[in-house]
Design a protein around this ligand. Structure first.
Ligand SMILES: CC(=O)CC(=O)SCCNC(=O)CCNC(=O)[C@H](O)C(C)(C)COP(=O)(O)OP(=O)(O)OC[C@H]1O[C@@H](n2cnc3c(N)ncnc32)[C@H](O)[C@@H]1OP(=O)(O)O
Ligand SMILES: NC(=O)C1=CN([C@@H]2O[C@H](COP(=O)(O)OP(=O)(O)OC[C@H]3O[C@@H](n4cnc5c(N)ncnc54)[C@H](OP(=O)(O)O)[C@@H]3O)[C@@H](O)[C@H]2O)C=CC1
Length: 283
């Protein structure tokens, strides 16, 4: 199956990054969000990233302009009619995602693959909302998308080999490394990463150390590029909480209970870097 046109749902930090790498790889990309200003904000960030690449001599001004021209603004899910693959990167919420997938199933051509960038939700359950579960798959990019090599690829129960291979091929064309994992809550990445972040929040909550000390221990002691609290702010505390809730509910094991401090921050609107405040304050 040949993929030429891509639609990305959600122009936030992940959707924007996914649209950027697809456009750089030569795909035509429809970038969709609920409101026009969100799409504009996403495209602004992409333009900034590409300009930095031009300054660093990694691409020419012409290549940058050509990549930007390949991105088409979309506010309407009906634009899926043009797509060979849709990659959904809206918020981490099953009701929202199944609603989007039902609409995409109606709008997208019969051959189109419906992929989700979900961090933790079961692919099989998202697929069951459509009439084409064999063409639904998890394509889990890492943040920041233009920098991180990994894409976790997750088949739902019904996903065909042909669809898996098409997504694997596309991942390689994006200059990313595909790793196949099974469909269980949090897959591999967040089943391991998020309990570490949650434990770091408990460590702060219980007064074991300051936020700076916790991050320093993990950066200097374990060679992590960011401390866990800084990373939580970077991912988004809302997304971290959603993922912990999905692990907790999906496995029914109390070891995944989200730290009350994480809940409190999310309720306060302290969502991390994207809202200007989380564990740290951002300008
Ligand atoms: C929640 C999930 O479902 C799954 C997830 O994604 S979990 C999150 C996974 N991601 C991580 O763990 C990231 C951990 N952090 C890191 O790897 C690094 O701190 C980092 C790559 C983000 C930044 O690296 P750094 O060396 O500290 O900073 P910096 O020198 O500014 O950046 C390195 C490069 O990344 C680029 N970069 C940094 N942030 C970027 C962003 N948000 N978007 C695009 N490019 C970015 C920089 O431009 C720079 O590029 P050059 O080498 O060409 O100059
Ligand atoms: N943050 C991370 O590190 C990673 C996140 N992910 C996953 O990627 C997805 C997106 O996360 P992220 O980009 O961080 O989140 P953001 O909050 O940055 O962006 C989500 C975007 O989707 C929009 N949106 C919400 N509902 C809809 C809808 N019905 N149709 C179209 N757009 C919609 C939001 O608009 P509005 O602001 O109005 O809600 C927002 O612009 C989540 O599933 C997350 O779990 C995967 C890997 C890493």
């Amino acid at each position: 199956m040949s993929i030429k046109k891509v639609m990305v749902i959600g122009a936030g930090q992940m959707g924007g990054g996914i649209a950027q790498v697809c456009a750089q790889a030569g795909y035509e990309v429809y970038l969709n969000d609920l409101r026009e200003e969100f799409v504009d904000r996403g495209i602004e960030t992409i333009a900034k990233n590409l300009s930095r690449s031009v300054e660093k001599g990694r691409m020419t001004e012409e290549e940058k302009e050509a990549a930007l021209e390949r991105i088409i603004r979309s506010k309407d899910l009906q634009d899926a009619a043009h797509a060979d693959i849709v990659i959904e990167a809206a918020v981490e919420n099953m009701t929202i995602k199944t609603d989007i997938f039902k609409k995409l199933d109606q709008a997208a051509p019969a051959h189109a693959i419906l992929a989700t960038n979900t961090s933790s939700l079961p692919i099989t359950e998202i697929a069951a909302a459509t009439e084409r579960p064999e063409q639904v798959i998890g394509m889990h990019f890492m943040n920041p998308v233009p920098v991180m090599k990994l894409v976790e690829i997750i088949r739902g129960l019904a996903t065909t080999d042909e669809v898996y291979q098409a997504v694997e091929e596309m991942t390689l064309k994006l200059n990313k490394a595909p790793v196949e994992v099974n469909d269980f809550p949090g897959f591999v990445s967040n089943r391991i990463l998020m309990p570490m972040i949650n434990e770091a929040i408990y460590t702060l909550f219980e007064g074991v150390a300051t936020k700076e000390a916790i991050d320093d221990v993990m950066k200097m002691g374990m060679n992590h590029p960011m401390g866990p609290l800084e990373l939580a702010d970077f991912i988004g505390l809302d997304t971290c909480l959603y993922i912990m809730e999905i692990l907790h509910e999906g496995f029914g094991d109390s070891k995944y209970r989200p730290c009350p401090l994480l809940r409190k921050y999310v309720k306060a609107g302290w969502l991390g870097k994207k809202s200007g405040r989380g564990f740290y304050i951002y300008e």
